[in-house]
Design a binder for this molecule. Structure first.
Ligand SMILES: NC(=O)C1=CN([C@@H]2O[C@H](COP(=O)(O)OP(=O)(O)OC[C@H]3O[C@@H](n4cnc5c(N)ncnc54)[C@H](OP(=O)(O)O)[C@@H]3O)[C@@H](O)[C@H]2O)C=CC1
Ligand SMILES: CC(=O)N[C@@H](CCC(=O)OP(=O)(O)O)C(=O)O
Length: 313
């Protein structure tokens, strides 16, 4: 069989570059190119995508939205933007969730999950599916991200000569409380209501730590029950690991950049000694399992290749 023709639309952006680098090292692919003059021309982009077997969209939402109607139905698309995460006909590319790995085999439209959303959905979706968290629950989530999460513009802002002292400290943002990841957080977990979510960007390049307090007493469950349900759900998954209850921290600390450079996600199940308070924490790289790594994992599954090929574990 010949090589798969692959195109990365937005290959000079933060997410696109990480995908392009990973593909360049592999010999199963012929990487299609677009000229500098054409790379923001929607018709020229669509023409290259329509020549490909599979294309990644690594673009702002509007640029992703404008090209999709011009594409052949059978060309396989992995969109890393927020544009299609809850759109009908699109598979939500978190392969570890039940049914998704199978759906990816034939999917032609796949939305790569949002980075903060991944950190929330990975521990919460299984617990809702199992009835441990009721669909009517109102959850809270705080999620730390490195500044690469804001793409080229934010990277340039943090890496330029520093005049704005605010950048020296962690900065909660999205304080109007309607972050763009809320719709997928509710839709994919099955919760009736999106969580109360505050993201925080801080002065380090990459890494995400998503923290979800669980009121186990109100839920009528125990911390060991929550931890074993998650361990069982993710048992055998190559890219997601669940730590046993109260284990895995570094002397009580968990640095948000601990998994920077990796494509894996780790879930920590932490509780106080009598098990009345619990925090679920997802740790991963916003550019790994939070975007580019997740996109490559989905591509491998869509093309029937080894799931972890080219990924950092
Ligand atoms: N960074 C992260 O951690 C994550 C990012 N994402 C999502 O991935 C997508 C890409 O983000 P990211 O890589 O961070 O962003 P960047 O800003 O780093 O890159 C975006 C790229 O898109 C190009 N571009 C902008 N407008 C157009 C257009 N109209 N047509 C073609 N190309 C265009 C830009 O070109 P130019 O080089 O000229 O600016 C740039 O190369 C976004 O939707 C983002 O929300 C998702 C999860 C995590
Ligand atoms: C620091 C920062 O701004 N991070 C971005 C998240 C990354 C991103 O672009 O979101 P998508 O995954 O939906 O594409 C944000 O919170 O909007």
């Amino acid at each position: 069989m010949g090589k798969y023709k692959i195109f990365v639309d937005g290959s000079s952006g933060t997410t696109g570059l990480r995908i392009a680098d990973r593909l360049a090292e592999r010999d199963e692919f012929e990487i299609l190119k677009i000229s500098e003059a054409d790379r923001k021309d929607v018709r020229a982009r669509a023409a290259v995508i329509n020549e490909s077997d599979l294309s990644f969209l690594c673009l702002p939402d509007d640029a992703a939205r404008e090209v999709v109607p011009l594409l052949r139905d059978d060309v396989r698309i992995l969109d890393t933007s927020t544009a299609h995460r809850t759109a009908p006909g699109w598979v939500y590319g978190l392969p570890e969730l039940h049914g998704t790995r199978e759906a990816l085999k034939t999917a032609t439209r796949v939305a790569v999950p949002g980075c903060h959303a991944t950190g929330f959905i990975a521990p919460v979706a299984p617990l809702v599916e199992l009835g441990i968290i009721p669909k009517a629950a109102h959850l809270n989530v705080t999620s730390l991200t490195g500044y690469s999460g804001g793409g080229k513009k934010m990277i340039a802002e943090y890496e330029a000569e520093r005049t704005n002292k605010a950048l020296n400290a962690p900065r909660p943002y999205g304080l109007a409380l309607h972050h763009k990841h809320l719709p997928e957080m509710a839709a994919v977990t099955g919760l009736d209501t999106a969580p109360n979510f505050v993201p925080v960007v801080a002065d380090y390049y990459a890494g995400m730590e998503t923290m979800i307090p669980l009121d186990v007493t109100a839920l009528g469950v125990s911390a060991p029950q929550v931890a074993s349900a998650l361990a069982e759900y993710y048992d055998g998954q190559p890219m997601v690991k669940v730590h046993p209850l109260c284990e895995g921290t570094d002397g009580g600390f968990l640095a948000a950049n601990k998994l920077a450079g990796k494509d894996t996600l780790e879930i920590y199940c932490l509780a106080n000694p009598d098990g009345t308070r619990m925090q679920l924490i997802s740790l991963f790289d916003n550019l790994g399992k939070g975007s580019s790594g997740a996109a490559v994992q989905c591509m491998n599954l869509m093309l029937g290749l080894e799931e972890t090929k080219g990924l950092a574990r």
